[in-house]
Unconditional design. Sequence first.
Length: 310
Amino acid sequence: MKNMHIFVTGATGFIGSAIIKELINAGHNVIGLARSDAAAKSLSAAGAEVHRGDLQDLDSLRAGASAADGVIHTGFNHDFSKFKENCEHERKVVEVLGSALVGSERQLIITSGIGLLPPSRIATEQTMPASPNPNPRVASEEAGRAVADRGVRVSIVRLPPSVHGDGDHGFVPILINIARQKGASAYIGEGLNRWPAVHRLDAAHLFRLALEKGAARAFYHGVAEEGIAFRQIAEVIARRLNVPIVSKTPEEAAQHFAWFAHFAAIDVPASSKQTQQDLGWRPTHPGLIADLDRPTYFEANFRAESPSKN
């Protein structure tokens, strides 16, 4: 595979920073989007070129994509108080990135989520979100299909509810903080709803393979574990925090988990069999339960109220 110049959004985020390292180690040149001096410093230290701008600055995104041999889009504003608004803006972001690549064979990799797919049965790469879909995050995939219709070479990487590893500021730390605040680690009903999961370093490797080998209009699943019962996650949290583990009814869960109740209830098992076959991707890092059952996730200064912007 020839050396390429790759523009990455979300370049200093939890997943994006791992992608940067993965790409550079594979011999690619990386141009990372940076909205602050701190982000720029972090990118330079990682060996990436800095492109100043942010997701609100569509002109900066267009310029970054236009100058690159390919684009990996992982940036998203995870402010859940403005979730719908942020998802609609995501549609504009994908449109701008795609427009910069029209008429070329340059690849656009878009990040989506397994949680968009129909629940309670194993989703494959061929499974599509319901339409219309109540989850506004579907805007990413809708926008990806729209730019693909214009001839852009688009691949969509769907990530599971838990992308875990050192530096995690996503769903698992949120659960830990809720358990700390409430004095109990909870699950809903029997706690048999399933979360697929992947280690961030395995996810980063998948993004590189999708860039180098990905097909147009392809869907790839960044899933190392098809579905972990939510109760298993709650049990590790209870043991590590030395708090009771309790079952909640859906009504009680709404009070216990507050805005996170929807995510605590999702049952979205998923397969990555086709992804592994097509790209030769083989997850090698620890699974969620083994990774979670370490002091790192429970250190006093390791806190997250909600995922941050990246």
